[in-house]
Ligand binder design. Structure first.
Ligand SMILES: Cc1ncc(COP(=O)(O)O)c(C=O)c1O
Length: 396
């Protein structure tokens, strides 16, 4: 039967990474892959993670199954990190959290429960959004609609169009929002804009679904949770999916979680029974290692301090690179068309280059950027900044 299958093309981002690895030019630059890189282009294991792994190695007594909800200490620590330790919704027992296989697993599990709660439910996603939102949610059976979010001609959020687009959503529909570091645009809602979006969700009876894959990468752990905490304070219901891939650098360990804020403790307990049941039907239970590592870090004051300082180093590096990249592009191109890069947050920005320019950057200059012109700013370094900005100026 497998002779009936047709071979699929490479995933666009992973395919680009393969081309980059095969390129033997000493000048090559990878701005494609969505992982943090240090000044030397490496994605190292964090020191806090190494120490937590050592403790785990010394203390772990069993590898027996964990349970459908994953690691309970991890779930508690992550809930506090997202919502804040004293959030009223937490004190009221309205928040439940299950560990998932990365943010991707969390999105799929959340979709399964949304569909059980509201068969045929529509999820509204920003245009553009992370390209995997569509397959992860629609493979669970969700119908996706889009609302305007980013205006490529002004390189900014088109906020009025966003609010107008969301007027088309019907009571009970779900609105997918990025907690911070919007992927792929780097354009985040300000606090005032979050408040206005929450007003609209409240007025129209819409349910927010916040994907937070970069908490701590924009401004800080608490600052980046503004949208989550304000939504949970004002709205009766909310779904949050979080990933530890970037902020703990645990990409391959597949660590994340899904939280539901319900109207009461009783509804929250019912919801978590469904989260566990959907998990059972998809991958039975999440992997233990990475969640145990995160739990050890978040429950130890010294390791938490070390982790926060390492996270701060990653965040500061990206934010500094943004400024340097924007300034150098202004000098090299004699325009301010790239000034927006310094204002945006997280690893990604859309450079606003067309397909031919992106192709020339790859073919002539060995610079790898995905087709949407999304660039991973962490791939910029002091060593390649001059070459990179000269090359971009050359293809304009
Ligand atoms: C917006 C967004 N959501 C979710 C994820 C999920 O990440 P993971 O499944 O690696 O935890 C990512 C990763 O790139 C992302 O950018």
């Amino acid at each position: 039967m497998f002779d009936r299958l047709k071979k699929l093309p490479d995933d666009p981002i992973l395919g680009l990474l393969r081309l980059y690895r095969e390129d033997d030019s000493p000048d090559k630059v990878d701005l494609g892959a969505g992982v943090y890189q240090n000044e030397q282009g490496q994605t190292e294991v964090l020191g806090a993670v190494k120490q937590a792994e050592q403790r785990l190695w010394d203390s772990q007594q069993t590898k027996v199954y964990e349970g459908l909800r994953g690691n309970a200490d991890f779930n508690t620590a992550m809930t506090r990190m997202m919502f804040g330790a004293d959030h009223p919704a937490l004190n009221d027992g309205r928040i439940v959290t299950v560990q998932t296989t990365g943010g991707s697993g969390g999105l799929h599990i959340a979709a399964g429960v949304l569909l059980r709660a509201s068969p045929g439910v529509k999820v509204w996603a920003s245009e553009p959004t992370w390209p995997n939102h569509q397959p992860l949610l629609s493979s669970a059976g969700i119908n996706i609609e889009t609302y305007p979010y980013y205006d490529a001609s002004s390189n900014a959020i088109e906020f009025d169009a966003m609010l107008e687009g969301l007027q088309r959503a019907e009571r009970g529909d779900v609105v997918l929002l990025h907690g911070c570091c919007h992927n792929p645009t780097g354009a985040d809602l300000s606090r005032e804009q979050w408040d206005r979006v929450i007003d609209l969700l409240e007025e129209r009876g819409l349910v927010p679904f916040i994907d937070v894959a970069y908490q701590g990468f924009a401004e800080g752990i608490d600052e980046d949770a503004y949208g989550i905490r304000a939504s949970a304070a004002r709205l009766p219901e909310l779904v949050v999916v979080s990933s530890c891939s970037k902020n703990f650098g645990l990409y391959r360990d597949r660590v994340g979680c899904t939280s539901i804020v319900a109207q009461s403790n009783e509804h929250a307990q019912t919801s978590v029974s469904h989260l566990a049941n959907v998990t059972r039907r998809v991958y039975s239970m999440p992997p233990a290692h990475g969640a145990e590592v995160v739990q050890i870090i978040l429950n130890d004051a010294e390791l938490t301090r070390l982790w926060l300082s390492e996270l701060g180093t990653m965040r500061d590096r990206v934010n500094n690179l943004r400024r340097q990249f924007a300034e150098m592009l202004a000098t090299k191109t004699g325009t301010d068309r790239f000034a927006f890069i310094a204002q945006q947050r997280g690893m990604f920005s859309l450079l606003g280059l067309d397909k031919a320019q992106i192709q020339r950057l790859r073919d002539e200059f060995h610079i790898y950027i995905v087709g949407s012109s999304r660039a991973n700013i962490a791939g910029v370094s002091e060593a390649n900044l001059d070459y990179l900005t000269d090359s971009i100026a050359a293809v304009l």
